[in-house]
Design a protein around this ligand. Structure first.
Ligand code: COA
Ligand code: MG
Length: 289
């Protein structure tokens, strides 16, 4: 699975921002046809994204296109315009049912077959950002073409009538539900956008909290957010060294017939070892260790 510590959006009709994005070494670039694009620019955005996919060098950055919500009336033209240019994945916002993912997956499968591309090579990520989406997470997360669940805090708050706050307690249940379902179905979990894009200090705090909750990455909206967010979702040298010590000392104790033991004043047993293994997996996915 592609590493998606930072997933950068830009309006799909903005050629300059797409050209900027490919210079940033960001994990994922998501060209948006939904709410980042004005109503009277949808057609132009589709054509601009198609051109970018065909002509621009994305390097190691993943190429994603976000279509409008299924049922909006725009989604069919959106997906049909960009698919022939072979994006790495399609992002579907405001997902509420499994059937909506099946609709997109069938169109993608037809494109894969007719172009001779590997089956299931074009992945789907879904935005879960409404009350219906949250209560249907169990069916939504089960689709085999999915790589990840994306939590949209602003849309979710608007949907339930909550007022957003820095501490984000008003979205905590939904945010936790997304990360829990992602883990249950072995999917990536991508945290909410921090919209105050000039406030790096609080961006770092929110990103660290998302990482601590178990999210594997975060949505971003500005170049200044790439570095801090990719760092927050990459285990530090200190984390990696400690995780390696936990795994090594655990194996030594197991060999001696001891399940629980002490390391630096803390009790270590199986769950802590599993957590250490996750840290090492994430470090490896980020190209470290
Ligand atoms: N992707 C790529 N480049 C971006 C970018 C983005 N998301 N946001 C800003 N940039 C570029 C600007 O074009 C500018 O480039 P330049 O120096 O070559 O002129 C540079 O980064 C600095 O931008 P800045 O002037 O600080 O911001 P702005 O006023 O141009 O844009 C926003 C502010 C919020 C409008 C812009 O960041 C944006 O459009 N973000 C994405 C919005 C979006 O897609 N929303 C839907 C999903 S939530
Ligand atoms: Mg949105």
């Amino acid at each position: 699975m592609h590493s998606r510590r930072a997933l950068l959006y830009m309006p799909g009709d903005d050629w300059n921002k797409i050209n900027k994005a490919i210079t940033l070494n960001v994990d994922s670039i998501c060209m948006d046809m939904e709410d980042g694009t004005a109503l009277n620019r949808k057609t132009y955005a589709r054509a601009t994204i198609a051109k970018a996919l065909s002509e621009l060098p994305f390097g190691k950055s993943e190429k994603l296109a976000r279509i409008n919500a299924v049922g909006s009336g725009f989604e069919k033209d959106d997906i049909e315009m960009v698919l022939p240019c072979q994006p790495d994945g399609i992002v579907i916002p405001k997902i509420e049912t499994l059937a909506q993912i099946q609709w997109a997956s069938e169109i993608i499968e037809t494109a894969e077959l007719s172009n001779g591309w590997a089956l299931n090579s074009i992945r789907i990520l879904v935005g879960v950002e409404t009350a219906k989406g949250i209560i249907n997470l169990k069916e939504i997360a089960s689709h085999p073409r999915l790589d990840g669940l994306i939590f949209g805090a602003e849309d979710f708050a608007a949907n339930i009538g909550a007022t957003r706050s820095r501490a984000a307690w008003e979205v905590m249940y939904a945010r936790s539900a997304v990360v829990t379902h992602a883990a249950a179905f072995d999917l990536q979990a991508i945290d909410m956008v921090f919209i105050d894009f000039r406030d790096t200090l609080n961006l770092k705090i929110e990103a660290a909290m998302g990482a601590a909750m178990g999210f594997t990455g975060k949505q971003i909206i500005h170049p200044s957010q790439v570095g801090p967010v990719q760092e927050a979702f990459t285990p530090s040298e200190q984390d990696i060294t400690y995780a390696k010590r936990v795994v090594e000392t655990f194996e030594a104790h197991q060999a001696e017939g001891t399940g629980a033991y002490e390391l630096d004043g803390k009790m270590i047993d199986m769950p802590l070892v599993k957590n250490a293994q996750k840290v090492l997996e994430r470090a490896k996915a980020a190209g470290k260790n």
